[in-house]
Design a protein around this ligand. Structure first.
Ligand code: SAM
Length: 271
């Protein structure tokens, strides 16, 4: 089942923690804003799916206080196993298969997680089954198909776009919908959820920006997988990395679509 293994599963510890923490630096502020808009408060039970390096767990734990609870589920808990907070429980598990109490959470949050799961519908069903009636779900996923070089040396831009194509091919080979982010509102609507907020950031950014750094780190770690698609070479990867550092080079990096919704009925199941 190597094709469905999480793409960063074999990454070096030091490289991966740095990538996850950079991701938090770039995205936490927008995520917190979305989560705060749900009215999260003391006593809430929250589920953090695919917690990564854990900044959202710690932050939510502070808000829900000692009467609340944050349960974090991740395939890989090496970066969060050391969280010793009385109201946090860390489960090392696949969100598709972990037993979760039905209708037990006030809020579920996932960021850049479903994009890594080929049959994400199974994960989403699990998540929705465990939401209380009227509970909140905040999901943030990228639209990788939107990435493109915008301004820079022409040959380098071509390399960057070949790397972008390789990334799409890698996801497609794994049966993953790389444009999942932009489809989230329609998916939630079909599930009968009440859509409350939809945000699509489109990071038209220069090299050296936070998102450019995250994308460079991901590209370095996934270089062999990209080259294996036949769509890009190691030289293209080198050019991508230089482009992502160059403050005069501009690109649309993959946007993140943030959707906040609420259950209006006991449970929705994903078809
Ligand atoms: C790109 S990272 C995002 C981490 C964090 N949500 C953030 O945005 O900072 C994806 C996370 O999802 C986890 N993950 C991937 N597939 C999963 C699955 N099937 N079940 C649970 N966790 C999963 C990975 O181990 C990783 O921690």
């Amino acid at each position: 089942m190597s094709e469905s293994k999480y793409i960063f599963a074999d990454s070096q510890h030091s490289q991966e923690i740095e990538r996850l923490q950079t991701l938090e630096t770039v995205f936490d502020s927008a995520s917190r804003k979305q989560i705060l808009a749900t009215g999260i408060t003391q006593g809430w039970r929250c589920l953090e799916v695919g917690a990564g390096a854990g900044s959202i767990i710690r932050w939510m734990a502070e808000i829900v206080g000692e009467d609340g609870k944050v349960i974090a589920v991740d395939l890989d808990t090496q970066f969060i196993a050391n969280i010793e907070l009385p109201n946090v429980e860390v489960l090392k598990a696949d969100i598709r298969h972990v037993p979760l109490e039905r209708h037990s959470f006030d809020l579920i949050h996932a960021r850049h997680v479903l994009i890594h799961i080929p049959n994400f519908q199974v994960a989403l069903s699990q998540m929705l089954d465990s939401l209380k009636p009227g509970g909140w779900i905040v999901v943030e996923e990228p639209d990788i198909s939107a990435a493109k070089a915008v301004f820079g040396n022409e040959a380098v831009c071509q390399s960057v776009n070949r790397v972008n194509q390789a990334s799409l091919q890698m996801f497609a080979n794994r049966g993953i919908d790389y444009a999942l982010g932009v489809k989230l509102p329609a998916i939630f609507q079909k599930l009968g959820l009440q859509l409350l907020s939809i945000e699509n950031d489109t990071p038209l950014s220069q090299g050296g920006s936070g998102i450019a750094k995250v994308m460079k780190m991901s590209t370095v770690q996934l270089a062999d997988k990209y080259v294996a698609t036949g769509k890009a070479t190691h030289q293209d990867i080198e050019q991508y990395c230089l482009f992502a550092e160059n403050t005069n080079a501009w690109a649309i990096y993959p946007p993140t679509v943030r959707v906040t919704a609420r259950t209006t009925r006991a449970a929705a199941s994903c078809q």
